[in-house]
Design a protein around this ligand. Structure first.
Ligand code: ADP
Ligand code: MG
Length: 827
């Protein structure tokens, strides 16, 4: 166990302010920093001691030498190491970590030093990997590969916490790394604020993974893996001072929030181990990544930077209080070795060799054999034990995760309940109401309140926890607020309060509920299984619930489709009605053609009666045209009747009207033409021969008027036929359209039918799935029980075997001692 190394560095005053701030109010003496009044009298309450305090004249070289060098060297030896800079904006964090051309910062110096150190170690070979990431607005971005954005943190049994998808470059010399850092630096988020024209808006983590193993065969094959994190945090800021707005304000909120959680973690860790409850590493990505560095397996140093200007005194005090608390944290660093099977065997072999050496000269070959056998057995047991432990750990981890999840949900429900209860409480101001629900230990018993929803376990604890927390928080305004109060605003005062060290209520401020279960011996694992089973059963229940929901939604869809189908049916019947109406059109047309035929017959009859000479060419022509027209009109009639028949039978009909219509027109024209020419000839004949005859003239006028009537009638007939033709065309088109529509509707109906049958099928599958899930659930419960039994048996068997082995071992040991004393006594 060792304490975290904490140092403070005071930045030189900003050049433009230096004349008026000639003497700083912060005085540095040895490893102590204290605040003096302007008359140079120290303020006793503001004096702090640290491992190192660097004044304004210090260089990055001296900071590296005194603070970080040992950690870097230890990292090469196989210890995890972390160095980070903490402080307000513009206090010199980036200057300390990155440095300048003339005075490189800790990162560059570390990189060079690592390689220098490696070159000095001749008996080991090294593999170095580097990565560079930033946490910007609570999202992890890869600075070495810009495409890797919003990376996720994962936890692995062997690797621990790691960032998935982060690019790791294998490097062979310092220059290569420095180039990578330069390229990553370009991708970093910077922004201008009132306090720093080049303010870091994200936390950056430069990480080196140093792996090494012995070169020669005589040494152990164990591989050492250490992780070195060099972190430049974004600065805490007071929004009023930075003048932030828009994007900067948003960034500021995230920065303040994550730094506040870091402060919380530090506060928790600085409590004595007994008081230490749950450490909320998981509340921010920064603390999650830095988890090993804070109270874990790592050597850690923190450099807290402060600005000397008078108007920054409050922030500087906050930083020094943070540093004081960090100083109390203890870590437990150890060399990280990965033992391969070969290395393990080699170790065992060495131990056996040592035993053999001890036995040399005793000629106790039988004993030697026995020892060998026992060693092998021991190895086997150890491996078995290791395997079981891993399995157990894995199970426990899963269980913990599930428990956390349940607890989170529980907490949410409890919070809501609490809100309701609190508002009731305030409204009624009734003490009795609360007392009536208190159990003997003074905590509210949730089981008494029958109408509060929730999962049965953990209830009373969570409720008391939430109630206590919320009461304390509302009652004590000076205490640190909860983190989610930062959700909407970047509350600078909150930050200040935290830095001032109001830590007394921290047991109440838990963002992630504490995991109460302690590591348990192997035999206890069996008692944990039922809870695991319970969780698994819960899980399966929720799966069934999901399936039921799925089924319900399918049912809803099915109903919708039935409705749609009904609508389509209705539309189809409407269309059928329309089709019937359309079908009547040919009928009507046929009627009008019959009318035309009658009228035509009348006209022709009249015309015939007017012609005296039945053998004259006019009479012949009239007869010819009558025949043609009658036949055409009959054809039209037949066609219409055919259409009507076709409609009845449903067969398709050819439409030869156009051709026949043309022939009809042509014949009628010819007939008219010949009739006209006849009339003219008749005129001439009458002019020449019967000029004086009054009757003839009368006859002629009569004939003429009759002729004009015929002409008009003909024109009318032509018009009527033409409109009939158009009507026929339109009806044909709409008929075709209707046919298509009916076809389309049929297809749609068919597809709906198919969909409905599919849905029914799916419903059946879901139902059978549900049944299967239930069966699986039963099988799983049984399997769990069997496994519990098995583990119980194995533990018992292992314990007995281990016991017998230990007793046997001690027996052999005593025999060996006896033999040794006999040997030494022998001359
Ligand atoms: P932070 O990262 O804390 O916001 P910076 O490291 O960017 O602050 O420092 C702000 C300014 O102060 C920079 O211009 C930097 O060069 C200067 N500065 C900080 N510390 C020192 C120091 N120890 N010596 C000289 N200049 C410094
Ligand atoms: Mg910075």
């Amino acid at each position: 166990m060792e304490k975290i190394c904490v140092a403070v560095r005071v930045r030189p005053p900003a050049p433009e302010l230096s004349p008026e701030n000639g003497s700083s109010l912060w005085k540095v003496e040895d490893n102590r920093i204290s605040l003096h009044k302007s008359l140079d009298t120290p303020i006793t309450t503001a004096s702090y001691a640290f491992d190192h305090v660097f004044d304004e004249s210090s260089t990055n070289a001296s900071v590296y030498e005194l603070l970080t060098k040992d950690i870097i060297h230890a990292a090469v030896e196989g210890f995890n190491g972390t160095a980070f800079a903490y402080g307000q904006t513009s206090s010199g964090k980036t200057f300390t970590m990155t440095g300048s051309e003339t005075d490189p910062g800790i990162i560059r110096r570390s990189v060079r030093d690592v390689f220098e150190r490696i070159h000095m170690i001749s008996d080991r070979e090294f593999l170095i990997r580097v990565s560079y990431m930033e946490i910007y607005n609570e999202e992890i971005n890869d600075l070495l590969a810009v495409e890797n954005q919003r990376l996720q943190i994962h936890e692995h049994l062997e690797r621990g916490v790691f960032v998935a998808g982060l690019k790791e470059e294998i490097v062979s010399d310092a220059e290569q790394i420095l180039k990578l850092i330069d390229s990553g630096e370009v991708n970093r988020h910077f922004g201008e604020t009132n306090m720093n024209v080049h303010s870091s808006r994200s936390h950056t983590i430069f990480r080196m993974v140093i792996e090494s193993r012995g070169k020669d065969n005589t040494s152990s094959d164990a591989i050492r893996v250490s992780v070195l994190n060099l972190v430049d945090l974004a600065g805490s800021e007071r929004i009023a001072k930075t003048g932030a707005g828009g994007v900067r304000l948003q960034e500021g909120k995230y920065i303040n929030k994550s730094l506040m959680i870091l402060g919380n973690v530090i506060n928790k860790l600085s409590d004595s181990a007994k008081l230490r409850a749950h450490i909320p590493y998981r509340d921010s990505k920064l603390t999650r990544i830095l988890q090993p560095a804070l109270g874990g397996n790592a050597k850690t140093c923190i450099i807290c930077t402060i600005a000397p200007e008078e108007h920054h005194i409050e922030e500087s005090k906050g930083t020094l209080q943070f540093a004081s608390r960090a100083k109390r944290i203890t870590n437990c660093a150890q060399v990280n070795e990965i033992l391969t099977d070969a290395a393990l065997l080699k170790r065992q072999k060495l131990e056996i060799e040592e035993l053999r050496m001890k036995l040399q000269g005793s000629h106790a070959e039988v004993l030697e054999q026995e020892i060998l056998k026992l060693s092998n057995q021991m190895l086997k047991y150890e491996l078995e034990c290791e395997r079981l432990k891993t399995q157990l750990e894995e199970e426990r981890r899963k269980q913990k995760e599930q428990e956390n999840c349940i607890k989170e949900q529980q907490m949410k429900i409890e919070n809501l309940n609490n809100l309701v209860t609190n508002s009731d409480f305030k409204r009624n101001q009734s003490e009795d109401f609360i007392i009536s629900r208190k159990t003997p230990d003074g905590l509210c018993n949730i089981n008494d309140i029958s109408n509060v929803p929730g999962t049965p376990c953990f209830k009373s604890a969570s409720r008391s926890f939430v109630v206590a927390r919320s009461n304390n928080y509302s009652g004590l305004s000076d205490f640190s607020p909860m983190v989610y109060s930062l959700g909407g605003v970047a509350d600078e005062d909150t930050w200040m309060k935290l830095n001032k060290g109001f830590v007394a209520d921290l047991d109440q401020i838990q963002f992630t509920p504490a995991v109460k279960c302690q590591p348990t011996p192997l035999s206890i694992a069996t008692t944990e299984c039922p809870r695991e089973n319970y969780i698994e059963v819960e899980d399966l229940k929720s799966q069934i619930e999901l399936l039921t929901n799925d089924k319900d939604s399918l049912q809803v869809k099915f109903n919708e489709q039935v409705l749609l189908s009904n609508k389509l049916m209705q539309e189809m019947s409407e269309l059928k009605q329309e089709t019937l109406t359309m079908k009547e059109i040919p009928n009507r047309l046929s009627e009008s053609v019959a009318n035309c035929k009658d009228v035509y017959k009348d006209v022709i009859g009249t015309m015939k009666s007017l012609i005296a000479d039945k053998e004259s060419p006019t009479a012949n022509l009239l007869l010819g045209s009558t025949e043609i027209t009658t036949s055409l009109l009959s054809t039209l009639e037949t066609q219409f009747s055919m259409i009507m028949d076709g409609q009845k039978t449903g067969s398709s009909i050819d439409h030869p009207f156009s051709d026949q219509w043309e022939t009809l027109r042509e014949s009628l024209k010819n007939t008219t033409r010949s009739l006209l020419s006849d009339a003219q000839a008749k005129d001439e004949f009458l002019n020449c021969h019967n000029k004086g005859q009054e009757t003839a003239a009368l006859e002629e006028r009569k004939l003429k008027s009759e002729l004009s009537i015929i002409k008009e009638r003909y024109k009318e007939l032509e018009k009527e036929l033409f409109s009939d033709k158009q009507l026929l065309e339109a009806s044909r088109e709409s008929h075709e359209k209707l046919l298509k529509e009916v076809q389309f509707l049929k297809e749609e109906r068919d597809s709906l039918d198919r969909k409905i049958s599919q849905s029914t099928q799916r419903l059946r599958v879901i139902a059978s799935d549900k049944e299967n899930a239930l069966k699986d659930l039963n099988v799983e419960v049984k399997r769990r029980k069997d496994m519990e039994e098995e583990i119980k048996h194995i533990s018992i068997a292992f314990a007995t075997r281990h016991k017998s082995f230990v007793s046997f071992h001690s027996e052999i040991k005593s025999k060996m001692q006896k033999l040794t004393t006999q040997n030494s006594k022998a001359p």
